[in-house]
Ligand binder design. Structure first.
Ligand SMILES: [Zn+2]
Length: 135
């Protein structure tokens, strides 16, 4: 068994175009020898947002702290999501997390390990995440 705390994991700035005030901690991923699911802890600062984007894999999200405004493609609009709530975002569905509150937003996001944003296996394009200076 592996046990890990958020404070033990490096925070990486999300560098994807459209991201603002977003950092990610890869809590468990393929570098740990995990075969299927990666777990990531995101922090969005007040006024920050993830890019509005879609991809060919799903997200399973749990809001851990704070409040998000989440773009929901099924209603073509935003809906609030609060700490304790779980969201399932199917593959290829547009989504975005915005923090319009005055407190940090934290959420867990599960993805297949092949998309866990650790050292890319073969993709040499611009990484979506970069180490945060000083962390
Ligand atoms: Zn996504």
């Amino acid at each position: 068994m592996l046990v890990r705390r958020p404070e033990e994991v490096e925070d990486q700035a999300m560098t994807m175009p459209g991201a603002q005030g977003v950092t990610m901690k890869l809590m468990v991923g393929r570098d740990d020898g995990v075969p299927n699911f990666a777990m990531r802890l995101f922090t969005v600062q007040p006024g920050g947002q993830t890019p509005k984007h879609a991809h060919n894999y799903e997200h399973e999200v749990m809001i851990v702290e704070g409040q998000a405004q989440v773009f929901d493609a099924t209603i073509d609009s935003e809906r609030p999501a609060n700490a304790g709530e779980v969201l399932y975002i199917p593959a290829n569905q547009l989504h975005q997390f915005r923090n319009t509150s005055k407190a940090p937003l934290r959420f867990m996001c599960m993805v297949p390990t092949s998309y866990d944003c650790s050292a890319p296996e073969s993709d040499t394009s611009t990484p979506e995440f970069a180490p945060t200076p000083g962390s």
